[in-house]
Design a protein around this ligand. Structure first.
Ligand SMILES: [Zn+2]
Length: 260
């Protein structure tokens, strides 16, 4: 006879000194399993799963033995995590196109945004003028909502930017010149969307934060849906034909958050 015992998982969070100056949080979970298992998530959460019969202090000793390995793994992760948030304050920063740009805020006669990413500069000396590089946002009075002013600008700027990119890629992919129309909006869970019936491609405004390689990948993905409406084998085969490194670009995209 066999009894199935439905045991609940029990979790416990402990502080664990990684070295003399750094303490991390480790989640120990008791599970129905045979061997202990140590894992670290992409965002750097350290977790240990242990059988019910194992004591917490035994798990702790296990962590002590693995200390160096944990430190190395966390070090690698912290190098890979992109800090892509903006600080909408004077001498803050704006994260756009995979880069961090300095932000200067000035008082002026009207609300205005100037973005200089030095793409058009022929002389490297001109980039030494720091005021010239990055963002200068002029505001009419002190209590203006800088983020709101920036987002309004961003929608306009990137509607142009994305449209140019999409039209160019479309002409290369389909060898015709009637590209779908494009919409831009903030979305919480997707980078883009293709309405193949109405031939409208919607791109997430937050795509503006990612490098051009990622922007192109999302545009090509959505354009490929004009041919294959789902994520079938044929769809992925088409992606590989057009963009052989699409998987790398997709992974890169995962590093960015959907917020400014
Ligand atoms: Zn898709």
């Amino acid at each position: 006879m066999c009894y199935i015992v439905n045991m609940k998982t029990i979790s416990k969070s402990i502080g664990f000194p990684l070295d003399t100056s750094k303490q991390i949080n480790v989640i120990i979970t008791k599970k129905h399993m045979k061997n202990m298992r140590l894992s670290i998530s992409k965002s750097g959460n350290v977790m240990v799963s242990i059988p019910y019969s194992t004591t917490y202090s035994y798990a702790y000793q296990f962590l002590v033995r693995k200390r160096e390995w944990i430190a190395n793994q966390l070090n690698k992760i912290s190098k890979n995590v992109i800090k892509d948030s903006c600080n909408f304050k004077n001498q803050g920063n704006i994260f756009l196109l995979g880069n961090n740009y300095p932000l200067i805020i000035k008082l002026g006669t009207k609300n205005n945004v100037i973005f200089n990413n030095c793409n058009n500069q022929t002389s490297p000396i001109s980039s030494l003028n720091q005021n010239n590089y990055g963002f200068v946002i002029t505001i009419k009075n002190q209590n203006e909502d800088i983020k709101k002013i920036f987002i309004r600008w961003c929608k306009n700027y990137f509607l142009d930017f994305f449209t140019n990119r999409l039209n160019y890629i479309y002409s290369q992919m389909f060898k015709t010149s009637n590209p779908p129309s494009i919409k831009i909006k903030t979305m919480k869970s997707m980078w883009g969307n293709c309405n193949f019936v109405k031939k409208i491609i919607t791109l997430n405004l937050y795509l503006a934060k990612t490098p051009i390689e990622c922007i192109d990948y999302v545009i090509i993905h959505e354009l490929a849906h004009l041919v294959h409406h789902n994520h079938s084998k044929q769809f992925h085969a088409l992606m590989t034909t057009i963009l052989p490194d699409w998987k790398t670009r997709k992974k890169m995209l995962n590093n960015y958050t959907l917020a400014f």
